[in-house]
Design a protein around this ligand. Structure first.
Ligand SMILES: Cc1cc2nc3c(=O)[nH]c(=O)nc-3n(C[C@H](O)[C@H](O)[C@H](O)COP(=O)(O)O)c2cc1C
Length: 223
């Protein structure tokens, strides 16, 4: 099937994009409002886009009436946010934080999670999260119905059980991030396998070897 995006409704575009651009990592974003009230909300229009500078991006749509969501408003007001990553242990609380609580309700406690102080920001991080990244907003792109927010990572917390302290590599047998698929479907990254990248020389040599083997087997067939 072919889709001309200029002919699709907003709902159809959304359905196509979120059904096929999967799995998407989930940022459980904590922020603080001007009065100091904490807020949390999951965002799967999220990823990391560079290490130098270390930047990540969030795509947050506005409410149906055009107002900012609490997360967007707080980031614009304070210039800071924390991205807490999500694994199987905090999957259900993550969903609770996505409910449309009034701004005065602390969504972190409503979800049974614990807010703990950050190192570099006034906004707290979620203690139960396997990983948390303290971020400063560097810029945002403002569209009529969404903000695309770029943040620089200032500080990262990783729970000890998920990282090898010598190599700084993840321990995949322990860390099972939750990723969003279409609609209410999710994936736990447990079925991992390795796909090593050969050098160009090794790739060319093996291609030549295979071509030789094919020629020999064709010759065999003739004889
Ligand atoms: C797994 C998941 C991913 C979500 N991703 C996004 C997203 O990328 N952008 C967005 O605007 N809303 C997203 N939402 C909806 C928001 O989490 C929801 O609107 C929430 O109430 C926003 O919180 P806030 O109003 O406190 O900012 C997602 C919800 C879930 C459950």
């Amino acid at each position: 099937m072919e889709f001309d995006f200029s002919q699709l409704s907003k709902k159809e575009r959304y359905k196509l994009l979120v059904s096929f651009v999967v799995p998407r990592p989930i940022a459980l974003v904590t922020t603080t409002d001007r009065a100091g009230i904490s807020n949390a909300g999951p965002m799967s229009f999220f990823n990391v886009f560079g290490d130098d500078p270390p930047i990540l991006i969030l795509g947050i749509q506005h409410r149906p009436d055009g107002r900012y969501k609490d997360t967007t408003r707080n980031i614009h007001d304070t210039g800071e946010f924390v991205v807490n990553l999500v694994n199987e242990h905090i999957a259900h609380p993550m969903i609770t934080t996505s409910l449309d609580f009034p701004p005065e309700e602390n969504e972190v406690s409503a979800a049974g999670l614990t807010l703990t102080p950050s190192r570099t920001l006034c906004t707290g991080r979620i203690l139960e999260a396997p990983v948390a990244m303290e971020c400063r907003k560097t810029e945002s792109l403002e569209y009529p119905n969404r903000s695309v927010i770029v943040g620089e990572v200032l500080h990262m917390h990783v729970q000890d059980e998920y990282i090898d302290p010598q190599t700084l590599r993840v321990r995949p047998e322990a860390y099972h991030p939750l990723a969003r698929l279409h609609a209410d479907a999710y994936l736990l990254a447990q079925a991992q396998f390795e796909l090593p990248r050969p050098s160009l020389e090794a790739f060319l040599a093996s291609r030549e070897r295979e071509a030789c083997e094919d020629t020999l087997s064709v010759d065999d067939g003739i004889n």
